[in-house]
Design a protein around this ligand. Structure first.
Ligand code: RUQ
Ligand code: CUA
Length: 765
């Protein structure tokens, strides 16, 4: 601020203080607010670190699992403002997910054994990587309950694909990506027979039950997983847990921890000690070390696998023979496995241990090369001695689970579930640096880009399992508590509690916001779920309704503020398909669509085409309308579905309800039209006087504006012809329709003008 303006400001402030005694409306000072709201200096500091002023944006974007909601929650950091829920395994009405045919097709891919499954238990999201760095193109997430994996395209934040694991009955260790997202890793959780619908008694656990890890091949160009190019490792019936892919020196390898290596079978109702006792009885479980690159080369050469349920599976024997699989003991009931950013170490937490164990990839490789194994497991897999693989074991506290990394070398953060703390520690030197309490019982934690090769530090989010007393009570089911922690200084500082009321998030990942490049509109006529041109798309003026037998197909469009067609007439029992294209190009001009009582809904963003289908199985009158408040005349954006009874015939031509209009009203409308045109002309003059073509958003708005104006063509002649016949009703209504188009044109034009003024448009000659 320049000196003079500073002086002006202080003068104004002084004047304000002077007035304070005279009026009760004087501005409060910071001190006043602190006192009134009982805030400390520390609170103020935290507020300043998290507050994102209006119009400003967050530095990072977090993608959190939505737990039992089967969705993904997107929020900004440091503001912790929720930006979006993405429907993934569960129908999500706002986005029409599961209520229009195009998205239903995605959910249908997730059907198992012919049964549709409309919920999921999402655990671990993963952002696609290029050279081990987040590239912001895709997001993957798993469903623990029904072993499935979903692909979300970050160009539009929509779920594009769901794949069902062909050999597992549950899974936990997904989604984790290899350094160039060649594969998405998904590990089983509870052992079961690999063949589908196969029964074996629990007594045959050791022989017939298996675990495993699937490597789903990802085709980045298509943005889809390719099932036929994917493969799995068959693994012993240990309970495989989480996974992580190697990077840098450990690239080509992957790690999956496990628990219940006891292969214990409970049965409390039969007098056997329960699972929790039997599964934690022994001192160690196993870390699985897999050479996925060599395995991929082998199966892609057509060797070393058998087909189970049509899916390529590498047997334990083959994996051992080919040197693809090794085990290393892990401390009691491990959880979490995280490869350090440099790819040199692998960190394991132990739920019932106080240590984090850091394994050295170099030592693991040396043991493998030297053929130095301490034993074989009951399935013949070579076991590397713990001592031969261990870099360091660090006592961190009670219940260490997951680990994330800092931008500073060697610095890691581990969640301590039992202690309700986060430990900051040095994994190179093996010492604890700092601890902070969280509320309460933390599961995962997340640093910014914290599991990539280039973590950015700055913030950490604690994903706590319990909230207990943190929020205003809302009944016995509490919201989840995500706590934001500043990690940029020597002492960690707790900044913010965010309640998350949508399922229990497990893991989350956060990426620098500027790496995300989502689009604002689709190419006109796109099916967003396939990324292909939608066969039902039409352009303005091409709308039509086709009836063949009992099939009615409507090819319609949406643009402020009408749906074309405005009447759909069908006979009861007809199969009705409605395709709708949003003709808008302007940003944020979404229209919604529903038909009364037919349980369907669609969200149609600019350029998108959707299809809804239903059987008109009940006669009657059903309004349909746009469900997004898109324009001043949004409420008028409607139409009627008329379902006619069998054999219904019109008895007389029913006259539509008429308003009566006078010549004076017609003249007034004509004047209104002329006045509005003058405004439009002045806006157009401004826009074309500056370099608006340098602003793609403005170009789109201008195109839309002229599109609207173009629709007035021929209407002037029309209302004048009616006026000549003194039909003031028709004359007035058609003149009014011109004005409707003008209003939308002006609305867009004014928005474009504001945008240009705010974004420094320059005069052109
Ligand atoms: S889990 S609290 Cu990742 Cu599903 Cu660890
Ligand atoms: Cu379109 Cu409301």
């Amino acid at each position: 601020m320049r000196q003079s303006s500073k002086r002006t400001l202080s003068l104004l402030l002084a004047a304000g203080v002077g007035l304070a005694t005279a009026t009760t409306w004087a501005a409060e000072s910071l001190q006043d607010v602190m006192k009134r709201r009982n805030l400390s200096q520390q609170d103020l500091l935290a507020a300043a670190k998290t507050y994102v002023p209006t119009g400003k944006r967050d530095e990072f974007v977090a993608f959190s699992s939505g737990g039992q909601s089967g969705q993904v929650i997107v929020y900004g950091i440091p503001s912790m403002r929720i930006l979006k829920y993405i429907g993934v395994f569960t129908p999500e009405p706002w986005q029409g997910y599961g209520y229009d045919e195009n998205s239903k097709a995605v959910l249908k891919q997730g059907a198992i054994d012919g049964k549709s499954i409309t919920w999921g238990d999402t655990h671990h999201p993963a952002i696609s990587e290029t050279n081990g760095e987040y590239d912001g193109q895709f997001l993957f997430i798993n469903d623990k309950a029904n072993p499935r994996l979903a692909v979300i395209d970050l160009r539009d934040f929509e779920t594009k694909q769901i794949v069902v694991n062909p050999v597992f009955k549950s899974e936990h260790g997904g989604a984790f990506v290899t350094t160039n997202s060649e594969y998405v890793i998904e590990a089983a959780q509870y052992p079961a027979p690999l063949e589908s619908k196969k029964f074996y008694p629990l007594e045959e656990m050791n022989e017939k039950y298996r675990g495993g890890v699937t490597y789903w091949k990802f085709d980045r160009k298509e943005g889809r997983i390719v099932a036929k190019d994917s493969f799995s490792f068959e693994l012993p019936p240990y309970w495989q847990d989480l996974s992580d892919a190697g990077k840098g020196p450990s690239e080509g390898w992957a790690f999956t921890n496990s628990f219940c290596a006891e292969r214990y079978v409970g049965g409390i109702e039969k007098g056997r000690p329960p699972y929790e006792a039997g599964c934690s009885a022994k001192d160690t479980d196993y870390l699985h070390v897999m050479n996925w690159k060599k395995a991929a080369e082998m199966v892609n050469a057509g060797k070393g696998f058998k087909l189970i349920n049509g899916h390529r599976v590498i047997s334990i024997d083959t994996a051992v023979k080919e040197g693809l699989l090794y085990l290393i003991p892990e401390p009691k009931s491990p959880h979490g496995v995280d490869v350090t950013p440099d790819g040199k170490y692998i960190v394991i937490g132990g739920k019932l241990d106080t240590h984090a164990s850091v394994y050295s990839f170099e030592k693991i490789q040396a043991a493998i090369k030297a053929g130095k194994f301490e034993s074989k497991d009951p399935y013949g897999i070579p076991v590397i001695g713990l001592k031969d693989a261990l870099h360091v074991q660090v006592p961190l506290g009670l219940g260490p689970l997951h680990t994330q990394f800092d931008s500073k070398a060697c610095v890691a953060y581990t969640s301590l579930y039992v202690d309700s703390q986060v430990a900051r520690w040095d994994f190179c030197e093996g010492k604890v640096l700092d601890k902070i309490s969280v509320h309460y019982n933390i599961g995962h934690l997340m640093t910014m880009e914290g599991d990539s090769t280039k973590p950015s530090g700055k913030y950490l989010v604690a994903l706590n399992k319990l909230a207990i007393d943190r929020f205003v009570p809302v009944g016995p089911l509490h919201p989840q508590n995500h706590q934001l922690i500043d990690i940029s200084n020597d002492k960690m500082q707790l900044l913010y509690d965010m309640p998350l009321p949508l399922g229990e998030p497990h893991y989350a990942v956060a990426i620098a916001a500027n790496k995300l490049k989502p689009g604002v509109r689709y190419k006109l006529g796109t099916d967003s779920r396939t990324d292909k041109p939608h066969p039902g798309a039409v352009k303005a003026g091409e709308e039509k309704t086709v009836k063949k037998g009992n099939k009615v197909e409507v090819f319609g469009t949406l643009i402020r503020s009408h749906i074309t067609p405005e009447t759909i007439e069908v006979d009861v029992g007809d199969d009705v398909t409605i395709h709708l294209t949003n003709l808008e190009r302007a940003q944020d001009e979404t229209h919604g669509f529903t038909v009364s009582t037919y349980n369907l809904h669609a969200s149609i963003e600019p350029g998108k085409t959707i299809t809804v289908n239903f059987k008109a199985d009940k006669e009657g009158v059903y309004p349909y309308y746009c469900t997004e408040f898109c324009s001043a005349l949004h409420l008028e954006m409607m139409g009627y579905l008329l379902v006619k009874p069998k054999g219904w015939k019109p008895t007389k031509v029913a006259a539509l309800a008429k308003g009566s209009y006078t010549e004076a009203e017609y003249k007034a409308t004509v004047k209104k039209v002329a006045d509005t045109q003058a405004i439009i002309d002045s806006v157009v003059a401004y826009i074309t006087s500056v370099n608006y073509k340098d602003f793609p958003d403005v170009v789109a708005m201008v195109e839309d504006a002229f599109d609207q104006l173009g629709k007035t063509k021929g209407l002037k002649e029309k209302h004048e012809a009616y006026a000549a016949k003194k039909d003031w009703e028709q004359a007035n209504l058609w003149a009014e329709q011109i004005w409707q188009y003008q209003v939308k044109t002006a609305d867009l034009g004014l928005r474009a003008k504001t945008y240009l003024e705010q974004n420094g448009a320059k005069k052109v000659k």
